[in-house]
Design a binder for this molecule. Structure first.
Ligand SMILES: Cc1ncc(COP(=O)(O)O)c(C=O)c1O
Length: 326
């Protein structure tokens, strides 16, 4: 198998990110719980998407692209991180964002502008329509002599997912008792990278993806892990129980769950760590509810992968926040 580090990549973030035990939370829940701080990767407000972008933008640069397109929700973390990375590389960045949810200049939209991205709001629910629009702009700009690269939603291609395999490699070097890894699932690349990374570096460790978007990740994630393995000249050998998806969408994508707020506040107050109500807050709450239900077999540590997303705290309200801890 090829080492993920041997594929062409840029160095955009500060990796490895820290990974350490959460003593207050572990004591409260009676299980060894660790956190992998991809939110501290040193780019904007951080996030695992930077791992994907190190590979995707290397490919774009090596291909001579001067312009990068990507898409996502109006408050997309991936879009914001693409904007900052493109700016640092001197590339023009065009964001095709769904005109849904918070479209005022708050949260990530404030940062998109700060990083100089051009924003095109798309009044649609369909990514297929958005990809057609990207293609049209690509043709227009190509005719003017530019070269464009279109990164799909979430950067969850096999090449982007290679970056998340490296996250599991780091965890293996940082924590010697990993039983489970848990992450939020929005487009599937992070979970797919962890699944493949577990096979390579943490045999026996299981991956739980907490989904925040209504797609069939039970199929998408293993398929993406398999396609990523092929890129690394490896194959994904599945074992029973190595991956599961639990849904924590609640009332919808990017709609905060009132039931998550106490968990978000608990982590903030016990450990000083910020979670967002769209991805990591849902994933963290989902993980703790599974733990309370006895759904993490074995006694190995549970490693929660903090994938970033704090900008959402400055765009969305946490329902019921402010109450004193019980
Ligand atoms: C903060 C945050 N966490 C987790 C995810 C989910 O990662 P993935 O798209 O790889 O499933 C995303 C993006 O979708 C995100 O922005």
């Amino acid at each position: 198998m090829k080492n993920p580090q041997d594929l062409p990549k840029l160095s955009l973030g500060l990796f490895p990110t820290p990974c350490y035990p959460l003593e207050g939370v572990s004591a409260r829940y009676g299980r060894d719980i660790w956190i992998k701080r991809d939110d501290l990767c040193g780019v904007a407000l951080g996030g695992s998407k930077v791992r994907k972008l190190e590979y995707l933008l290397a490919e774009a640069q090596n291909g001579g692209c001067d312009t990068v397109f990507t898409t996502g929700s109006a408050q997309s973390n991936h879009a914001m991180l693409t904007a900052v990375c493109a700016a640092r590389l001197g590339m023009r960045c065009v964001l095709f964002l769904k005109k849904r949810g918070i479209t005022e200049p708050r949260g990530n939209l404030t940062l998109d502008r700060l990083y100089g991205a051009e924003i095109r709001f798309m009044d649609t629910d369909q990514y297929s329509y958005i990809y057609d629009q990207m293609l049209a702009l690509d043709e227009e700009l190509s005719a003017q002599g530019h070269k464009c690269c279109a990164i799909p939603v979430g950067g969850s291609t096999p090449l982007g997912t290679v970056g998340c395999v490296a996250c599991a490699e780091e965890i293996a070097a940082q924590c010697d008792s990993v039983g489970h890894m848990v992450c939020a699932v929005g487009t599937g690349g992070t979970a797919a990278g962890l699944l493949l990374g577990a096979k390579c570096y943490l045999p026996g460790a299981r991956v739980t993806g907490v989904s925040v978007y209504p797609d069939s990740f039970e199929d998408i994630v293993p398929q993406l892990a398999e396609d990523t393995a092929a890129l690394l000249d490896a194959s994904l050998v599945r074992t029973e129980g190595d991956f599961r998806v639990v849904s924590r969408i609640g009332d919808g994508y990017a709609v905060p769950n009132p039931a998550d707020t106490p968990y978000i506040e608990e982590l903030a107050r016990l450990e000083g760590i910020l979670l967002d109500p769209v991805y990591t807050g849902k994933a963290w709450a989902g993980m703790l509810e599974l733990l309370k239900a006895g759904a993490f077999p074995g006694d190995g540590s549970i490693v929660f992968v903090h994938t970033g997303g704090a900008a959402a705290l400055f765009a969305l309200d946490l329902p019921g926040s402010g109450a004193p801890a019980a």
